[in-house]
Design a protein around this ligand. Structure first.
Ligand SMILES: NC(=O)c1ccc[n+]([C@@H]2O[C@H](COP(=O)([O-])OP(=O)(O)OC[C@H]3O[C@@H](n4cnc5c(N)ncnc54)[C@H](O)[C@@H]3O)[C@@H](O)[C@H]2O)c1
Length: 251
């Protein structure tokens, strides 16, 4: 019988995580570090990067190609990349201005192009694992008032699959993790925003919970666990997948 010690499953691996200041990105960074990876975190929010348990933490705007190149410059070799940056605009196509559309695609999809594009040259000689945090609100399922977000996350899934096809021969794997509704600071902001439309916080909370057949929100740790699996050799036969971690939304 083979015994796997999760505290060392990722030992010796260099892992870069974007949006690691809070929420899903933070939980993923902590989980990878907990499994022995050398984690280098970045986030746009300086306060979130001031004191971290990681090997390094930098303030980086993942949409800024020069800033991302500067962040990655010290790493000749990257084994794991998790790109968790995303922005949820709430609105139907009629409620989405050209500016909001551009902002949504800019933060969510353009950042994936910038970050994955910068990392691939530092990964393809050795193979490794790239994980994008997409969403079930994407090409997987339509949700009300998610026109720009759904389009952007569908793009993230498409980019992830295209990269998986391009680099499979080099042993470089790309997978998209597609969460359902996960309790994070930004979800709490969206509940507050929706409360203004629906008239009460209770109604807004109920609207988000009603999307979840599981009857509860997901936790950031539940997303981090699947990312650690995909980052590890346990996931080495998995590539080009969009993996729903959604509490039953897509049953
Ligand atoms: N929470 C959910 O229910 C849910 C569901 C599906 C998918 N997701 C996706 O998971 C990811 C993380 O979501 P979350 O809810 O944990 O978000 P969050 O808002 O709680 O955290 C996002 C973090 O990203 C950082 N960030 C924002 N723009 C950035 C940029 N340009 N460069 C670097 N960092 C930046 C923020 O400072 C923040 O620390 C996002 O891509 C989101 O779309 C979340």
């Amino acid at each position: 019988m083979t015994t796997i010690d999760l505290r060392s499953r990722l030992a010796g691996r260099v892992a870069l995580v974007t949006a690691a200041g809070q929420g899903i990105g933070r939980a993923v960074a902590e989980r990878l570090a907990g499994e022995g990876a050398e984690v280098h975190a970045c986030d746009l929010n300086p306060a979130s990067m001031a004191q971290t348990p990681f090997a390094s933490a930098r303030v980086v705007d993942a949409c800024d190609a020069a800033a991302v190149a500067d962040w990655m410059a010290p790493f000749a070799r990257i084994d794991i990349l998790v790109h968790a940056v995303g922005y949820v605009h709430q609105g139907s196509i009629e409620e989405t201005s050209p500016q909001e559309w551009r902002r949504s695609l800019g933060i969510t999809l353009d950042s994936a192009y910038v970050v994955l594009g910068a990392a691939v040259p530092r990964m393809k000689a050795w193979g490794g694992s790239v994980i994008t945090i997409a969403s079930v609100a994407s090409s997987i399922k339509g949700f009300p008032r998610r026109a720009a977000y759904g389009a952007a996350k569908g793009g993230v899934i498409g980019l992830t699959k295209a990269c998986a096809a391009d680099y499979i021969a080099q042993g470089l794997r790309f997978n998209a993790v597609c969460p359902g509704t996960v309790d994070t600071p930004s979800l709490r902001d969206r509940i507050t925003e929706l409360a203004q439309v629906l008239g009460s916080l209770e109604a807004a909370e109920k609207a988000f919970l009603d999307r979840q057949p599981s009857g509860r929100l997901g936790t950031t740790q539940e997303i981090a666990g699947i990312c650690a699996f995909l980052a590890s050799d346990d996931g080495r036969f998995v590539t080009g997948q969009a993996i729903n971690v959604d509490g039953g939304i897509t049953i």
